[in-house]
Ligand binder design. Sequence first.
Ligand code: AMP
Length: 563
Amino acid sequence: MQDATIPHPALLGIDLGTTNSLIAIWQGDRAQLIPNALGEVLTPSVVSLDDDDSILVGKAARARLTTHPERTVAAFKRFIGTEKKFELGGRQFSPEELSALLLGSLKQDAEDWLGHPVSEAVIGVPAYFSDEQRKRTLFAAELAGLSVSRLINEPTAAAMAYGLHEQKFERTLIFDLGGGTFDVTVLEYALPLIEVHASTGDNFLGGEDFSAALLQTCLQDWQIPLQQISGQSLARLSDTVEQVKRELMHGPQQLSWNHAGRQYEWTLDESRALKIWEPLLARLRAPIEQALRDARLNPQDLDSLVLVGGATRMSVVQQMAATLFGRLPYRHLDPDIIVALGAATQAACKARDGAIEELILTDVCPYTLGISTQRGADISGAFSPIIERNTVIPTSRVQRFYTTHPHQTKIRIAVYQGERPWVRDNILIDIFDIPVSPSEETQALDVRFSYDINGLLEVDVNLLTSGERHHHCIDRSPTGLDEQSRQDSHNRLAALKIHPRDALPNRTLLARLERAWMQSLGEKRERIADWLDTFTAALSGLQSKEIASLQSQINEALDHLRL
Ligand code: AMP
């Protein structure tokens, strides 16, 4: 239960991870993690539609990835900002609706623990998240009934958490490899100032890609085409591959998989893994080099290197970082929890909690923002930057442009983000027309971009001849959500049945037993079937005290079997 020192109303810090999510709150003089209904601080970012059509979130849902893959979805954060839809038992969900279900569950955990409602949060997002991805994250929070007082870049949140613990750092590189994204941030501590100099990354590179590469290689070795494998069988193999990836640092790993009546074996040692992962490890280098270049630093200028994100537990990643920087990385804070702690620290600064020394954070815009223009007489589609990447935010920058013809009656402003000279290779953020009074000559216009600390952009256009001014707030991209689809999402989620929380520990154990049964054979399987029967019978008869004791005995036995 909560400590009386938590300020009310409380501002949560949330790490909405690809694989796991966490909530934290500033309590007394430090950030503290809040446990979920199972008493655990990591909530798997997995959503499942239970057999009675109620929504399950977290550990029980993760167990159902193996037993009910067609009703369960994980790693949806990777698709935020895209039009991808996930199907769960015949119902369609967008990535932000799934994120909202996850956020709603975290919010509920926080409220149960605090004993009062919460409605505000600081949420971590990958530094390299685009404008649209940030807006969709805000929308997911809105769907979950949370107002977001700040979106904080994940590596910056990590820097804040480290800033409080380790005051001796100066120039630091934060290497953040999560399940689905890779962020590199170079910053400098001059406490209480934390100044971000550069942030780069890859939104489509993370620990999940390392697992996918292993899975693909073993199927190739066995010469089994992916299409021939059922959803359940594939989920079982993915589970085993994940275990192999995690255990690899302890020595060569043996993988076995039962498929179509045959037992398949596969062995992986570190040198083979290095070969399989070489293309992915190579992709980690480019953002690091770019961040250092933008910060005008060499690797030897750094005082420290901090690893964040679950995938930095892989020894090959640690070795690669150590070789690249010629030093051992610093990782004494648990990479899984540091973003949530940092977000809660930022929340406390935001709420001006007296117990926290005022940390002043300056962040950057990680990508270049500009508009489409004509280059020379007839080459259109050139990208003209207005805010260059790694400019300190909030920022407001202006550039002068000219209409292309006299007598022009409108100007089309197409806003893009990216690092390529032609807009066709960059990401379209918004497009809108501005009326102009026709004139005998071409006209000059000043285009001002204002970018705030949450990574949201506003555009002002000032026509110099007429003095006309136009203000444009970018609230969605041309492919973004309109009012109707937003309302549809609200309605869809409101109609869903959420699994009762007090039944979650039992439901989670049942899901775990079903998965364990599926993963085992022979005598082990019989033992699990016995536990399943005993526990099911207990649920329909025994007192809650006896159920709780059975629950912990069976969970312990499963832990022992590593299932
Ligand atoms: P995050 O999004 O920060 O929770 O990172 C999750 C990613 O870290 C997933 O791809 C996991 O497979 C990976 N991961 C977590 N623990 C380990 C471990 N011990 N060894 C290898 N990868 C891990």
